[in-house]
Design a protein. Structure first.
Length: 306
């Protein structure tokens, strides 16, 4: 936690009740489709693991915190399939029973380093069946952060020879690249921690450590970005919406290019001024989908930030 404001929330409720309600509300918002769960394999053309040669570079979709691959990509994946991309998506970060964390079995709840290793294994399966030496990644929310961890520490890039990177392009949508304050939830959490209630330990145990790892100023975020935002040889497209209330402040998602990397930072509203899409709509909003398609199509000019 990075701030310790004076206790008091003006609601008449105890701080513990406030933070519990805040986390509960976020779970309810992000997992709105949980009542009727569907599998990513239910989407036509996605996760075809038959061995074959492919014409276009495979695209691997990486969902965010507490929201399944199907719930995240049910609009984006078909659009990519229609364009001829081999599309793959995984549900990661919910291997209940390995330890005492994430007892609610929330997808994307596990330690982000563990999830990055899971992503690495999934990517290797993709390249094995497609024959492609490289993939493109699209990550929403924590999915972008998992992708960064994979690029830097789990084989997604080759520091000695960037031409041998496993990843060619990374597109992120509302990613927690530099951490998030979760709106006002980090402040509430700091108050409760100051009063002696172990908020981080409680969230780790119930919904998994990834929630706290993504907090602005967390040790995980500091280590992730210690040597810069990017790795050589990767094209980054970073999309944010001014109406994001989950990955906050929204502009914190933008990246600073390092040596050998190409970065395009975009506000969704720069290409769609009337869009009021929030955090969850970044994977379904028509303009956001078009930005992803454009970013992955190397034959087209990429949109520029105005």
């Amino acid at each position: 936690m990075t701030s310790t404001p004076t206790p008091g929330n003006g609601t008449g409720k105890s701080p513990i009740a406030v933070v519990a309600a805040a986390v509960g509300a976020m779970i309810g918002t992000i997992r709105h489709a949980r009542a009727q769960p569907k599998r990513v394999d239910d989407m036509a053309g996605v996760n075809d693991f038959r061995r074959r040669s492919v014409r276009r570079r495979p695209v691997v979709l990486v969902h965010g915190t507490w929201c399944s691959a199907y719930d995240t990509w049910h609009t984006m994946a078909p659009a990519l399939v229609e364009r001829g991309y081999p599309v793959f998506a995984l549900d990661y970060g919910h291997r209940r029973g390995y330890d005492t964390t994430n007892v609610f079995n929330m997808v994307g709840g596990a330690d982000i380093a563990e999830s990055a290793r899971e992503l690495a294994g999934f990517v290797e399966r993709v390249v094995a069946v497609t024959g492609s030496e490289t993939v493109d990644l699209v990550g929403h929310s924590q999915g972008g952060t998992v992708a960064h961890q994979y690029l830097k520490f789990n084989g997604g890039s080759n520091a000695n020879d960037p031409t041998r990177n496993r990843v060619r392009s990374l597109v992120t949508l509302g990613a927690t690249n530099h951490g998030t304050t979760y709106g006002n939830k980090q402040i509430v959490g700091a108050v409760v921690e100051k009063l002696g209630f172990p908020v981080v330990g409680t969230t780790d145990a119930t919904v998994g450590p990834s929630y706290a790892q993504q907090l602005f100023g967390s040790p995980f975020i500091a280590a992730l970005n210690e040597h810069g935002d990017t790795v050589p040889g990767v094209r980054y497209t970073v999309v944010a919406t001014k109406f994001d209330t989950v990955s906050t402040p929204p502009k914190a998602t933008f990246l600073e290019p390092g040596e050998g990397a190409v970065v395009t930072n975009l506000w969704l509203q720069d290409v769609a001024p009337d869009s009021t899409a929030g955090h969850m709509e970044l994977t379904t909003d028509r303009a956001a989908v078009d930005l992803v398609l454009n970013a992955l199509d190397e034959s087209r000019d990429r949109p520029q930030l105005h």
